[in-house]
Design a protein around this ligand. Structure first.
Ligand code: ME8
Length: 656
């Protein structure tokens, strides 16, 4: 029996998962399910990355011990994966005992091979990435991923002789062209390895939240050396070598482009040093963006899987994420597209076809699958198209072209729809001919259901039940003697409705801003001039708050601003946006979003922020008010991705 071992990154547990994490995990799940349905021995590993500076900082901020902090977040990952029907075989945590032992073991093997030495490191460290950057890799002095300035660090450190593996890595890439996937991303890595491969600092002394480094004393293991090892510790290495040998090398490590260097350069070099075979493939997919912006925890604009599933359901979410965006490329998340595709494809082309044929089979054959009878050219064409799916989908999924595989399956289902429209079974009086037509549609649906099963497991389970069949891809061909009982059941996919964007609120683009400085306007009695940080940009605002706040009282607050307001000059200073404050009986208080990151969107559930510029009249026409120290529009409460917008004022205040 052939085997298939697939992994996702182990995600940082500094916060709850968002749809970027779900994207990789759903893709891995589709591959795992596909290979399982083909009868292969599959192992699907996911988990969490729990050590390092970033987690230690998040725990400190939450006032918790790191282990208690990460323990508290694990359910949010496991629940999200359960909700999304993720069929992982093992959930690894880097705080697991067996994993920690494996990390010590791999370091010892590298040391034995002469690849670990003591030195000193001085450089610029980004905590978000948990890595050092060279000056030349920064953009405007900031980390290109997190848009924050790295900190200067100097420490005694153990090093891994990464540089020693430069030629070996280049030889390996050449001999294994499928390793760096997709191929159009390979060149960048190859060039960077060719250019310069510096030794890697793999221990830290100014951090205690990690696995003690097994060489010397007082060091903890660099979080990436720890994390990457999960791919072998998660399948038993080194204590259960029988299991390990059955599954290793991994068939595919699935990741996004933010962490390709670690997986395509550092990880293979570690394995070479430890004398362990290398994985077959690292597949790097693109980023999901929301409103054209990278979605990230640090930018605070993330959508959680729970939000999407709550609005659209599990299978529409799974289906859309993989059908809409070519997997290797970046793509913007669009609700309108989700609704269109799910309605046209799952509800109509698939669900409606099943419902129509099931009605006819129940009416004319008491629910029994009719005999296939005599095929004409029309039936032969459907049979041929069904039989072509196997090689088409195999090839698409081998290249992780999920959208292409779905196009092929949908193309086939559309052909079956067309066949049904053309043959018009509701008009056929000859029972044998009617049987042949209905058989062909049923069998087409059976084949289509099997191929859709990895993508939309619950929907296809429902369809298989109605068709009286079991899902499997071990026998994927179109048969002429399938038997069973058809029983019409619950609609496969209800039509989804897009949220209306006609609310006046939809004109706004509200964002959280951190007040950096505040000072009186030099030429206006009532105005204060604020410098604010919107996550990835700084702006100047003028606000009529001088009578209500001392400048220093505003500094450090996380306020709410209308970020798409046309800039206006106020007594010589250009105000780029407007802050929102509540006003009641002469008391004026600014709106605050204390827990949210600068730049985070402030929205009403289901209403997308506008990207067009608006005027002050547009803003004035929108009636926001307060209720129980929260802010509301039309009875609905304003939210950020991490909580509510609050204002310490009486109910019924006017906000502007
Ligand atoms: O990097 N679009 O963890 P992480 C698509 N712990 N995918 C996204 C995404 C987005 N906007 N945002 C995140 C780490 N991802 C390390 C990994 S592995 C040994 C250690 C997905 O929580 C994508 O798979 O930052 C990306 O590579 C991963 O989450 C990063 O997750």
């Amino acid at each position: 029996m052939s085997k298939y071992y697939i992994t996702t990154p182990i995600y940082y547990v500094n916060d709850v998962p968002h749809i970027g994490h779900a994207y990789t995990t759903i893709a891995a799940d589709v591959l795992a399910r596909y290979h399982r349905l083909k009868g292969e021995k599959v192992f699907f590993l996911t988990g969490t990355d729990e050590h390092g500076q970033k987690i230690a900082d998040a725990a400190a901020k939450a006032g918790k011990k790191p282990k208690d902090f990460v323990d508290g977040l694990i359910p949010s990952f496991k629940d999200a994966w359960k909700l999304l029907n993720i069929s992982y075989d093992h959930f690894i945590r880097t705080t697991d005992d067996h994993h920690q032992k494996a990390v010590l073991e791999i370091i010892k093997l590298c040391e034995k091979n002469g690849d670990i030495y003591l030195g000193e490191y001085e450089g610029l460290y980004c905590k978000g990435c948990e890595r050092y950057y060279l000056e030349r890799d920064l953009v405007d002095g900031k980390c290109p991923m997190h848009l924050t300035a790295p900190i200067h660090m100097k420490e005694e450190s153990y090093f891994f002789k990464l540089g020693k593996y430069q030629d070996k890595l280049l030889e390996f890439y050449k001999a294994n062209p499928g390793f760096l996937s997709p191929s159009y991303r390979a060149e960048e890595i190859i060039n960077r390895v060719k250019e310069d491969l510096k030794d890697l600092s793999v221990s830290r002394t100014n951090l205690s939240w990690g696995i003690p480094f097994p060489v010397g004393t007082g060091h903890v293991t660099y979080v990436w050396f720890d994390a990457l090892t999960n791919y072998i510790s998660g399948i038993g290495w080194p204590q259960d070598m029988k299991k390990f040998n059955q599954l290793w090398p991994a068939d595919c490590h699935l990741i996004a482009k933010d962490i390709s260097w670690f997986h395509e350069v550092i990880w293979p070099a570690m394995l070479m040093s430890a004398g362990i075979e290398l994985p077959k493939k690292v597949f790097v997919h693109g980023f999901l963006t929301v409103e054209g912006q990278k979605m990230s925890k640090s930018l605070g604009n993330f959508i959680t899987p729970q939000e999407l599933v709550g609005r659209f359901g599990v299978d529409p979410t799974r289906y859309f994420l993989l059908s809409y965006i070519p997997f290797g490329q970046d793509g913007d998340f669009s609700e309108a597209q989700l609704v269109t595709r799910v309605n046209g494809e799952i509800a109509d082309a698939y669900g409606n076809l099943l419902s129509r044929v099931a009605t006819l089979v129940e009416k004319n054959f008491q629910g029994q699958w009719p005999a296939s009878g005599k095929f004409t050219e029309l039936e032969n064409d459907i049979e041929k198209a069904a039989n072509e799916l196997e090689s088409q989908v195999d090839k698409s999924l081998a290249g992780l072209e999920f959208n292409k595989a779905l196009e092929q399956i949908l193309g086939f289902l559309r052909a079956v729809n067309k066949y049904m429209t053309e043959t018009q079974p509701w008009k056929i009086t000859d029972k044998d001919r009617l049987g042949t037509v209905l058989y062909t549609v049923l069998e087409g649906l059976r084949v289509g259901t099997n191929y859709l099963a990895p993508f939309i497991p619950a929907t296809t389970e429902n369809a298989a039940k109605q068709l009286g069949q079991k899902i499997s891809l071990e026998h994927a061909k179109f048969d002429r003697d399938t038997k069973g009982v058809v029983k019409k059941g619950e609609v496969l996919q209800k039509k989804l409705e897009a949220k209306k964007q006609d609310s006046p609120f939809a004109k706004l683009n509200l964002r959280v801003a951190h007040v950096v400085t505040a000072a009186p306007h030099p030429d206006a009695d009532k105005l204060l001039v604020l410098k604010i940080n919107l996550g990835n940009e700084e702006r100047t605002l003028c606000a009529g708050l001088k009578a209500f706040y001392k400048p220093e009282e505003l500094v450090g607050k996380h306020i709410v601003v209308v970020s798409n307001l046309k800039p206006a000059k106020l007594r010589g200073i250009v105000s780029q946006g407007m802050l929102l404050a509540a006003d009641k009986n002469g008391v004026v208080k600014v709106l605050e979003a204390p827990g949210a990151e600068p730049g985070a969107p402030v929205t009403l559930p289901g209403v997308k922020p506008n990207t067009q510029e608006i005027t002050i009249d547009d803003v004035m026409a929108i009636k926001l008010t307060t209720r129980m120290k929260k802010t509301v529009f039309d009875g609905q409460q304003l939210v950020t991705p991490t909580g509510d917008v609050v204002v310490d004022i009486e109910d019924g205040a006017t906000i502007r």
